[in-house]
Design a binder for this molecule. Structure first.
Ligand SMILES: [Zn+2]
Length: 155
């Protein structure tokens, strides 16, 4: 099921319109039978704690190295996307239209997880930093100056 618009609505207010425009542009620029979906936007600190525990202090396989507060998702400043190809969700970053979507979001100012330095690449991930690193955002969060999804924010 396509929750793309609902996921975009979870983003930081300053990012919603930008993300919506990029998303609609990506939909327009993918061929018949292929379109992007936004699979995740804002993720709470509690959800991040739970994901981080998986494979460490909770059952399951390790799925993330990001502790809560170190992901732009925690501030409503990141999305993950996938393609839908002939009705099937497709996470293959080698699909010819994967970079179509990435390049449109990059044009709108997003940083792509596939461009992360070092060995850790996060191909479905796109984040908007607005000039802040996550430590800046965490410091704002910890002093109640950053509340995701409200307009009471410094950025
Ligand atoms: Zn992500």
């Amino acid at each position: 099921m396509d929750n793309s618009i609902a996921q975009i609505q979870t983003l930081h207010p300053r990012l919603r319109q930008i993300a919506l425009q990029a998303y609609q542009e990506a939909v327009k620029n993918t061929p018949a039978g292929v379109h992007p979906i936004i699979t995740e936007g804002y993720r709470s600190f509690a959800e991040s704690d739970k994901l981080y525990a998986q494979g460490r202090t909770a059952p399951g396989a390790i799925v993330t190295n990001a502790q809560s507060g170190s992901s732009y998702h925690n501030y409503g400043l990141a999305i993950d996307f996938a393609l839908v190809v002939d009705g099937q969700t497709n996470w293959d970053e080698h699909h010819p239209n994967w970079m179509t979507v990435v390049n449109i979001f990059k044009k709108h100012g997003f940083t792509w997880g596939g461009d992360f330095a070092g060995s850790f690449k996060d191909y479905p991930h796109l984040e908007m930093r607005f000039g802040y690193n996550w430590r800046d955002l965490l410091a704002l969060h910890n002093t109640n100056q950053f509340i995701p999804r409200t307009t009471y924010v410094r950025i």
